[in-house]
Design a protein around this ligand. Structure first.
Ligand code: AVJ
Length: 326
């Protein structure tokens, strides 16, 4: 049987109302917040890809080099005929390294919230890996969802892939909850997770305050998206990007700061901003190896292996469900 060179597309329709509900709730709160999962519309996804190429933003190229180095031992731990499932697949760049190294992978399911971007990336994958069943699943992986079984073999071992340190967007408690629910979805399978390490504050700060202002544009795009999709009237020049490292929390925080006192309308809703008032848009937690191991263990995984790059910037953990299938 030959697989078509386009991906099978499944749309779980992560709801658009969600965006409106989340924006109105977040801006109604004190302090104001907006959830980072909404960064990734078409424009935001493109900006994020530019971030990944910035000199200051070390995580992407470091993780890619590390993945290449460890692909063989990872493939050996995974074994033959697996069903790989990536959470937040984006441009699907990193998974290619795994698919190249794996022994006869049965299926790859790419899960992402950004519909058109997902579809295009999955079709590209299907052309590159015609022998693998590629499935694009448009879903919000921060909520419960199901992944259809592989066709051949239907009980292919499920292996989760969550690169990029996206797990750092969750608080530690949310990360534990996410890992627990992923353990259910993976049905006792393994989980390969990229985790950004704690390091020099200046290196961290520079990664989120690049000289070209791409990260600023990425952050501000959230307001542009509110304008486009919810009829907001945010003046993008009246807000400023700021990112700093909070050493006590062990996280980078991104904010949008109001440059002046102003009122913003979104449909019939009005939101007042004081000068200097912030909208907290993202957390990016950084974990020492033992810190992340403790989180994985509290979520019911055993940390089998952990690899880091020579500069100790980034880590990749290989987790296995503790005590076999849950
Ligand atoms: C995709 C969540 C891993 O936290 O580093 C990059 C997103 N935000 N620059 C990160 C991001 C600002 C990124 N993650």
């Amino acid at each position: 049987m030959t697989t078509p060179s386009v991906a099978r597309f499944i749309d779980l329709e992560p709801e658009v109302e969600d965006f409106e509900t989340a924006v109105l709730a977040g801006l109604g709160r004190a302090p104001k917040t907006l959830p980072c999962k909404f960064f990734y519309d078409q424009a935001g996804s493109e900006l994020f890809e530019r971030i990944c190429e910035l000199d200051e933003y070390y995580p992407t190229r470091t993780e890619i080099a590390l993945l290449r180095r460890i692909a063989a031992p990872v493939a050996a731990l995974i074994g033959a005929d697996c069903h790989l499932i990536e959470f937040g697949s984006g441009a699907s760049t990193k998974v290619r390294i795994l698919l190249d190294a794996l022994v006869s992978p049965a299926r790859h399911t790419a899960v992402d919230i950004s519909r058109d971007h997902l579809r295009a990336a999955a079709d590209e994958l299907a052309r590159s890996f015609p022998e693998v069943e590629i499935v694009a699943l448009c879903a919000d992986y921060t909520r419960p969802f199901e992944v259809p079984a592989a066709t051949n073999p239907p009980h292919a071992k499920r292996v989760g892939f969550f690169p990029g340190s996206t797990i750092g967007n969750f608080t530690p408690d949310e990360a534990i909850a996410f890992l627990r629910s992923a353990a259910g979805l993976l049905d006792g399978g393994d989980f390969l997770i990229g985790v950004d390490l704690k390091k020099d504050v200046d290196v961290l700060t520079a990664a989120y305050n690049d000289g070209q202002g791409v990260t600023a544009a990425f952050n501000l795009n959230l307001l542009a998206r509110v304008n486009r999709e919810l009829g907001g009237d945010f003046d993008l020049d009246a807000f400023e990007h700021r990112a700093h490292y909070d050493a006590r929390e062990g996280r980078i925080e991104m904010h949008l700061i109001s440059r002046r006192a102003q009122t913003v309308a979104i449909g019939d809703h009005r939101f007042d901003f004081a000068v200097g008032e912030t909208i907290h848009t993202e957390n990016s937690y950084k974990y020492a190896i033992e810190e992340f191991r403790a989180i994985a263990e509290r979520a019911g995984f055993t940390a089998l292996e952990c690899w880091t790059d020579p500069g100790n910037l980034f880590s990749i953990h290989y987790l296995r469900a503790a005590g076999g299938a849950p």
